[in-house]
Ligand binder design. Structure first.
Ligand code: SF4
Length: 625
């Protein structure tokens, strides 16, 4: 809650809206005890008194009633009706949406077609029709406004529920024997509540406007009781001769709706995790760099990463995703970067070419050197010239990285033409050749296919072809085979292996699969909590892991024909990057942890390319050293 309020008030407009709305609500609540004149007491001798008249700070209306008193009582009524309508619409709409989205199938179809029919009517006409059927009156106006807004909530909540209905935690609840009602209440509802709150906060303003509109037309609040809409309606006849009678309720409606909308936007931003992290803010073209002078290079290598630190800054929270990584790649070498999800592998890889989204990402220390050139200090123009040209990426999910509206041939040709001044025809011919190189059958024909027309394996090959388009020196492959079945995975790995041999490519291969590492990589580096905890030649690390974490990871891998054995999961969870423990980050999960493991930094130490960040390495590795 404190975080929510802090985020909310960081948005100055939302803070302004909260203060204005708070003041209005406070005034409305205090109205019965304020020394006001009776709101409905007429005094025809004092009609249309101007503001600041004696005894009438805001003047009087056409019947001589005190405008200040009517304004406060009317505001109280309008707020109550608007919030009540929003609450009714939210509760009923959310209930309909949750049930339809969760049930799916015919229930969903029938319910949503009914909702579509309601939405097909212009909402104000529908509200007028409902009030006409029920008769004028504030309660009927409330019902009409709530009913016309139910479809809005139902549609929104149904969409969110559909995406939740088959998530793992819901399946797990079903398997554990929970009934549908319990699942809806305990698993689905808590996840849609923020969406309901966001929808309410952004619609309550317009519901107050709709209620005021109905009252303005004489269908809501009935004389002599005042709400803001009926005050406006009564004042329209004197709009020229006594404009203050219209301006006073009009200004109050403006203030209420403006403050609710500003506050609603702030609530939405504070509750939406993507907006909260800055992920939906327009990212900079290259990752922000805020570092001291770069450290000297620690050795040789085509690509050298020295002391790289990358953080995610979300307000006061700072997550250190990469906490001082040193890594090198020689020409023609394949280095595997392995670790659990969230260990910092991908952020390390994206930091190389400044592809971590800023905000919230910031590179705070270290250097990335390509042939000795510091990439973190390079201009954006220089980075663009190198991206995809000398350093290329293969991403995990080609369907989300390829553009759905262009053929794969067009996208490959564009990747070539960005870096080489060649004609369209020549770029297309090269694109076809690349597709052929990655063993896509009927390459010329396939070049005209859209990404969705290709299988997962083919799309991944297109991703590899795209990475090869400009004959790069380094390829960074971020879990390129995770989404593929084992047969296609084997083909893709063989393809990468052959290309490495034939073209002398250096590959940084990110994965969590030791089998893939064993098959493809010369060296392997194991990451945990943003740091490399062990590195060395693949065979040495796999045969005699030195770090307890590496050993436990390898123990988790089933062995074909290795007999029956229990696969022990690593107990506990990796630490949150914004709350890393002092000393060894693996200590809370390590069976060998001692008091000194939790004291101060532990260096990555060793020799002959075999290094480990541990005070008590595994005995087999000690013997191997
Ligand atoms: S330093 Fe200590 S806690 Fe960390 S992995 Fe080694 S033995 Fe375990």
């Amino acid at each position: 809650m404190r975080l929510f309020l802090r985020l909310l008030f960081r948005n100055r407009l939302a803070g302004f809206g909260a203060v204005v709305l708070g003041a209005i609500v406070l005034l409305a609540l205090l109205t019965p005890i304020l020394p006001l004149q009776p709101p409905n007491a007429t005094d025809t001798a004092n009609r249309f008194l101007r503001p600041l008249s004696a005894g009438h700070p805001l003047g009087t209306d056409h019947l001589g009633r005190d405008l200040l008193s009517r304004l406060l009582w009317g505001t109280r009524l309008s707020l109550a009706v608007g919030f009540a309508a929003a609450l009714v619409a939210a509760v009923l709409g959310a209930a309909v949406g949750i049930v339809a989205g969760y049930a799916g199938g015919r229930t969903d179809n029938v319910t949503m077609r009914g909702i579509d029919m309601l939405m097909a009517f212009p909402y104000i006409l529908l509200a007028l029709a409902i009030v006409a059927a029920l008769g004028p009156g504030l309660m009927n106006a409330l019902i009409a406004v709530a009913v016309v807004n139910i479809p809005f909530f139902a549609r929104n909540i149904r969409g969110v529920t559909v995406s939740l209905a088959h998530r793992e935690f819901v399946d797990a609840a079903r398997l554990s024997g929970l009934g549908h009602g319990r699942i809806l209440l305990t698993e689905v509802l808590p996840n849609v509540v923020p969406v309901i709150v966001i929808a309410m906060s952004t619609t309550v303003g317009w519901m107050i406007l709709e209620t005021a509109g109905l009252s303005f037309l004489g269908l809501g609040s009935q004389p002599p009781r005042a709400d803001l809409g009926s005050m406006l309606g009564e004042a329209r006849g004197a709009m020229i001769s006594a404009p203050h009678t219209s301006l006073v309720p009009g200004a109050m409606i403006l203030l209420i709706v403006m403050s609710i909308n500003l506050l609603g936007d702030g609530v939405r931003d504070a509750l939406d995790p993507r907006l909260r992290s800055g992920a939906l803010a327009r990212p900079m073209a290259a990752t922000a760099v805020d570092r001291d002078p770069p450290p000297p290079a620690q050795g040789e290598g085509l690509l050298r990463i020295d002391g790289l630190q990358t953080e995610f800054r979300m307000g006061a929270r700072v997550g250190r995703a990469v906490g001082g990584v040193d890594l090198s790649l020689a020409p023609g070498e394949c280095v595997g970067l392995i670790g659990e999800s969230g260990s910092g592998k991908s952020v390390t890889a994206l930091s190389v070419m400044g592809l971590v989204a800023s905000p919230p990402g910031v590179i705070t220390a270290g250097a990335v050197r390509l042939d000795g050139e510091d990439l973190l200090g390079a201009s954006y123009g220089r980075l663009r010239a190198l991206r995809g040209n000398r350093v290329a990426y293969i991403f995990q999910d080609p369907l989300s990285t390829l553009h759905p509206l262009y053929t794969v041939g067009e996208q490959l040709a564009e990747a070539i033409r960005v870096h080489h001044p060649v004609s369209r025809a020549e770029a297309h011919a090269r694109a076809v050749k690349l597709l052929d190189d990655v063993r896509i059958p009927n390459a010329a024909e396939r070049a005209g296919a859209y990404p969705h027309e290709l299988s997962g394996g083919m799309r991944q090959r297109v991703g590899i072809a795209m990475a090869l388009a400009n004959d790069p020196d380094v390829i960074i492959a971020d879990e390129p085979t995770t989404a593929l079945d084992v047969t296609v995975q084997a083909q893709v790995l063989k393809l990468l292996h052959d290309l490495r041999r034939s073209r002398g490519l250096a590959i940084l291969f990110i994965t969590h699969d030791f089998g893939v590492v064993a098959q493809l990589c010369d060296r392997v580096a194991v990451m945990y909590a943003g740091r490399i905890v062990e590195e060395g030649p693949t065979e040495a690390v796999l045969n005699a892991p030195a770090h307890p974490y590496t050993a436990r990871l390898i123990d988790c891998v089933p062995e074909l024909g290795g007999g029956r054995r229990r696969l022990e999961a690593i107990p506990g969870l990796p630490p949150a990057v914004d709350d890393l423990p002092p000393g060894c980050a693996f200590a809370p999960r390590c069976a060998k942890a001692q008091a000194e493991c939790r004291d101060g930094d532990i260096a990555l130490a060793g020799r002959d390319g075999r290094r480990v960040r541990c005070l008590y390495p595994e005995p087999a590795a000690r013997a191997a050293q």
